[in-house]
Design a protein around this ligand. Structure first.
Ligand SMILES: NC(=O)c1ccc[n+]([C@@H]2O[C@H](COP(=O)([O-])OP(=O)(O)OC[C@H]3O[C@@H](n4cnc5c(N)ncnc54)[C@H](OP(=O)(O)O)[C@@H]3O)[C@@H](O)[C@H]2O)c1
Length: 167
């Protein structure tokens, strides 16, 4: 679902560290900028994930991160990323809507307090002429990129209200 965002970042000349168990899946259709760095890692092994990201970053602090991590693994990932992020880094964390009301409150992870910028991006649904549907990969990716560029700490892609209208 974040492949379009990755490709947009590459097209803009951004160096992207893609962290997933099978990061090579982002390659399909990617612009050949030479800036896509696959990092094969698992959320459930956050120390190893942090070590691999550090190696891939080559000692350069990371200025922006888009996070999609299932709970409860997010806490370990925040801890692993903390020393690798720049002091003023921006983090956009996406929240899915499967099985849980996305309107519930989410505390700011302590690692991302100011001067870092943290944006919580809730993935909602969208209305159509025939009812509602979940978001497309492009819509989710646009929301993730907006999470990096817009300062609002609480963002929603599509809508979540009324939650009972979800598909
Ligand atoms: N609101 C909406 O409109 C909407 C629309 C679509 C999706 N969603 C939400 O988005 C979620 C994503 O769906 P999905 O089926 O693609 O789910 P997913 O299994 O969470 O996979 C998403 C990404 O996470 C990576 N990943 C999964 N487990 C990992 C792990 N242990 N370590 C590291 N990376 C891991 C996957 O790559 P690897 O498998 O390579 O690790 C993949 O790139 C759904 O649960 C849904 O709630 C919402």
């Amino acid at each position: 679902m974040l492949r379009p965002a990755v490709h947009d970042l590459l097209s803009a000349g951004t160096r992207v560290l893609l962290v997933a168990r099978r990061p090579e899946r982002a390659d399909a259709g990617a612009p050949d900028s030479g800036q896509l760095i696959p990092v094969a890692a698992d959320w459930s092994e956050p120390e190893e994930l942090g070590r691999k990201v550090r190696e891939a970053a080559g000692g350069r602090p990371i200025d922006e991160a888009i996070l999609w991590v299932h709970t409860p693994y997010d806490a370990g990932v925040h801890q692993a990323l903390d020393p690798l992020l720049s002091p003023g880094a921006t983090v956009a964390q996406l929240w899915g809507s499967a099985g849980a009301d996305p309107n519930r409150s989410r505390p700011l992870p302590e690692q991302y307090r100011p001067p870092r910028n943290y944006r919580s991006v809730v993935l909602g649904f969208t209305r159509t002429t025939h009812g509602t549907r979940w978001l497309t990969d492009r819509e989710i990716s646009n929301g993730a990129l907006r999470g990096l560029s817009e300062p609002d700490p609480e963002q929603t892609v599509g809508r979540t209200q009324p939650w009972s209208d979800r598909p």
